[in-house]
Design a protein around this ligand. Structure first.
Ligand code: NAD
Length: 487
């Protein structure tokens, strides 16, 4: 499959000599995509086209803009299986995980497709007689959208749909590891009849295409999801060039099992959060904090459950966990496992690569993990779980908060007071009670705090807010030229 960039309604083969070869992470003999990567030149072209198209796109009534998104939703439904299969081949996740992600994107398209009818401002009373005051929401201009490989369909859906409905034009830079899934989404917008130049996609490296987007003065806002390191760079560049910016970055999420929590469901939630999608979710459970009085029983059951996660090709119905996405990620995960062993954490399951001609790592559990250890502190982004015991609720929350990230977390307890105190004191913005740390829905705001999230949150109404600016209007019908002094 040859990947092209999409600029001004045309699929373009960049002239660059730099070839990208993407291999199926479950089968290293399967070359999935091969293409010359685009660079700064194509990014600049796309930005120029998006700028030129903005004036006409913003004139399209908002409900009509939303209908393009609804058409994409219908087209995506018809190709659901094909999109899921492409994603599994390209990224590696299990076919049912890919199908779930495609459905999530469809729900997001459905949600935002209707939001053109609700791009509301407010009427607000004025201090001044015979003056009508209100606000309207208007688009920002050209928006740069930069996305990672781990949710190659849902994340572009939750950024592109609200950006377009709000009336912006878009330059979209997907991750180079998952360009095929991204291309299908763009293809669907083309098939839906979106005018040329409104949505443009440039497939190339962050160092060229991403940098061109974050530095260009004609980009008015950047919506970024990815690692903390790159996100920090995006924030600095956006500040330098006065862009509105939202960045959703890494996580180091904890699940807490209290003395009174349900063991069976907490074990299932921990394993699902830690090993589902090979731990390559920003919301993955990478730490479990267990009340010391329940640790022995919890660990026995967790070990049994974790052993049911068998790495394999995502297309194989018997596989219960996919591979790491590529060689680099595979080596990163193995190096964190080595760091954990060196630091003296006890590896009680896995801790090594799994058989097969892919980037497979066995589900891995470290016991006796202390907060100062690297594996407690850093996002590993693989099937590696750290277990730490505690004695009091205060200790558990302090442990959960003792990382630079602040994304998601969960507590298993039946006590209402404990639940409320967790909601208040956990330094996170996605709070789960008696369920896994993972999950998000189109109509619920999504995002983190501390080093995880910067700027507005995503999805739901808050996600749409990011892509608009409010204008404050004064309509004075007093017939007096001067504005009255407020008394
Ligand atoms: P990454 O930061 O390496 O890349 C993300 C995107 O940024 C890619 O498209 C990449 O090409 C681009 N990029 C790289 N350098 C750039 C630069 N200098 N300027 C502009 N763009 C540049 O992240 P990744 O490895 O693709 O994704 C994994 C990370 O994403 C993890 O840390 C994960 O936690 C995070 N993530 C966060 C959320 C969330 O909502 N908080 C969701 C999914 C993933």
């Amino acid at each position: 499959m040859e990947i092209k960039s999409y600029i001004n309604g045309r699929w373009i083969r960049p002239s660059s000599q730099r070839m990208v070869r993407n291999i199926n992470p479950s089968d290293l003999t399967d070359l999935v995509t091969e293409f010359p990567s685009a660079g700064e030149k194509e990014a600049r072209e796309a930005i120029e086209v998006a700028r030129a198209t903005f004036m006409s796109w913003r004139e399209v009534p908002a409900p009509e803009r939303g209908r393009y998104v609804l058409r994409v939703m219908e087209l995506a439904k018809a190709r659901k299986d094909e999109i899921a299969r492409t994603m599994t081949r390209e990224e590696g996740k299990l076919l049912r995980e890919s199908a779930g992600e495609v459905q999530k994107g469809i729900n997001i398209l459905e949600y935002y497709g209707g939001s053109g009818f609700r791009l509301n401002g407010q009427t607000i009373p004025s201090e001044i007689a015979e003056c009508f005051t209100c606000t309207v929401r208007r688009p920002l201009g050209v928006v740069g959208i930069i996305t990672p490989w781990n949710f190659p369909w849902a994340i572009p859906c939750w950024k592109i749909a609200p950006a377009l409905v709000a009336g912006n034009t878009v330059v979209f830079k997907p991750a180079e590891l998952t360009p095929w899934t991204a291309s299908i989404l763009v293809e669907l917008f083309e098939e839906a009849g979106l005018p040329p130049g409104v949505l443009n996609m440039v497939v190339g490296p962050g160092s060229a295409v991403g940098e061109a987007i974050i530095q260009h003065p004609q980009i008015h806002a950047v919506s970024f999801t990815g690692s903390n390191e790159v996100g920090r760079r995006v924030i600095v560049e956006a500040a330098r060039t006065h862009k509105k910016v939202t960045c959703e970055m890494g996580g180091k999420n904890a699940l807490i099992l209290m003395e009174d929590g349900d063991i069976a469901s907490s074990v299932d939630a921990t394993a699902d959060g830690a090993f589902g999608s090979t731990g390559q979710r920003c919301t993955a459970t990478s730490r479990v904090l267990v009340h010391a009085s329940r640790a022995a029983e919890f660990m026995e059951r967790l070990l049994a459950k974790a052993k049911t996660y068998v790495p394999g090709n995502g297309m194989d119905p018997n596989a219960t966990m996919g591979p790491c996405v590529d060689k680099k990620q595979f080596e990163t995960v193995l190096s964190y496992i080595e760091a954990g062993k060196k630091e003296g954490a006890r590896c009680i399951l896995g801790g090594m690569r799994a058989p097969g001609n892919g980037y497979f790592v066995n589900p891995t559990i470290f016991d006796k993990v202390r907060p100062e250890m690297i594996i407690f502190q850093e996002e590993i982004f693989g099937p590696v779980l750290c277990v730490t015991e505690f004695n009091t609720f205060e200790e558990a929350v302090a442990l959960a908060n003792n990382v630079r990230y602040g994304f998601t977390g969960s507590i298993f307890t039946r006590d209402m007071g404990t639940i409320m105190r967790f909601i208040e004191h956990a330094e996170i913005r996605m709070v789960h009670i008696n369920e896994p740390t993972i999950g998000g829905e189109a109509q619920l705001p999504f995002g983190g705090c501390k080093s995880t999230g910067y700027g507005d949150r995503e999805m739901a109404e808050e996600g749409l807010n990011f892509f608009t600016q409010t204008k404050t209007i004064f309509i004075n019908y007093s017939g007096k030229g001067e504005r009255a002094i407020i008394r």
